[in-house]
Design a protein around this ligand. Structure first.
Ligand code: OGA
Ligand code: NI
Length: 336
């Protein structure tokens, strides 16, 4: 983010965030009466719950879940932890700057891919790799927030597994064995997204339209709002209102590919906020970098043609990170 102490420098820096008009969220494109489903998952085994999840994943690519079992204190604590980290003095916070961090499992970054972007996104973020061996570097994680991240990740694990079990069962994968875990969920990453109050929110973007390159993502929002998903017409946008205690779930590119388009990885974006600092805490559920992805044999069993070629996950995410956020462009990389 631009330094706040020098006026002329500040003006030059702000220019870096001004989007061309056509890339800003046009208010007439927002559908005020549409919403994504909200699913009560207090009984995961209820066939209606399973049906609602799979239906939402195929139609909207997005849904919110309530009564998921992650305690509200854990959710509250991790959002507070994000504010604490971004409230640190510059020299404390900057110790974790990517490339300079005491551990490669924690990295502070800004925008999305600044080397490839003509205009920056109004966001800083801190990422925590949370795979099995990543926690060995826990002692080097920022003390003001590390316990809360681990607790959040641990509490969310049963939810992740349940969601994936339900979604995969519907496409004839009856068991998530070690090999499937490797392809779906062994390398989760938690982000602290931080969107500082913006003096001119209409000129810029918090995050530009993109889809996630995950199997699924779980998003914890605060009560500021400003998160939009692409409507089923492919043109308009739908606001996802914050619901206290809820998690927003979305299908990522990996699961769209594996399900051969049964499930949809839908674009989403964040607008900047003119009055408050916003935080969000997503969990990106990812395959291992060397996992090979493609439409699942179970899906193609009945003779259906694969819509995607096989790709090593690390090649996919390197391609994704080589360019600015551009809607669903990454998927063209593997579409047949
Ligand atoms: C993301 C994302 C949404 C948000 O980080 O990929 O879509 O509300 N974030 O911060
Ligand atoms: Ni996203």
């Amino acid at each position: 983010m631009p330094p706040r102490d020098q006026n002329s420098q500040e003006i030059i820096d702000f220019v870096l965030y001004i989007l061309p008009v056509e890339e800003r969220l046009e208010p007439s494109k927002i559908l005020p009466h549409e919403s994504i489903p909200v699913i009560d998952v207090s009984n995961w085994d209820d066939p209606k719950v399973k049906e609602s999840i799979c239906e939402a994943a195929g139609k909207w690519g997005f849904f919110q879940i309530i009564n998921h079992g992650v305690p509200s204190e854990v959710l509250h604590a991790v959002k507070e932890a994000a504010h604490r980290f971004f409230g640190l003095p510059n020299e404390e916070r900057n110790k974790f700057w990517a490339g300079n961090s005491p551990t490669d499992t924690v990295a502070l970054k800004t925008s999305f891919a600044p080397h490839a972007e003509a205009v920056l996104e109004w966001r800083d973020f801190l990422s925590f790799r949370c795979g099995p061996h990543d926690l060995e570097s826990f002692p080097s994680w920022p003390p003001v927030c590390r316990d809360e991240v681990v607790k959040y990740m641990e509490s969310a694990k049963p939810v992740i597994r349940k969601l994936l079990e339900i979604l995969l069962k519907e496409i004839k994968v009856t068991e998530i064995d070690k090999a499937r875990e490797y392809e779906l969920m062994t390398a989760p990453v938690v982000y602290f997204n931080y969107y500082p109050r913006c003096p001119n929110p209409d000129l810029t973007a918090g995050v530009l339209p993109h889809s996630d390159i995950t199997s699924i993502s779980l998003l914890l929002q605060d009560d500021n709002g400003g998160f939009y998903v692409r409507a089923t017409d492919g043109e308009s946008w739908i606001h996802v209102p914050p619901i206290d205690g809820a998690l927003v779930i979305n299908i990522g590119d990996v699961l769209q590919i594996m399900s051969n388009d049964r499930y949809k990885s839908i674009e989403h974006r964040v607008v900047a906020n003119g009055s408050k600092d916003r935080v969000s805490v997503p969990i990106f559920v990812n395959p291992r970098p060397d996992a090979i992805l493609g439409p699942l044999p179970e899906v193609l069993e009945s003779g259906e043609q694969p819509l995607y070629k096989e790709v090593v996950y690390s090649d996919y995410f390197k391609y994704h990170l080589s360019k600015k956020h551009e809607g669903k462009k990454s998927m063209e990389f593997v579409r047949i």
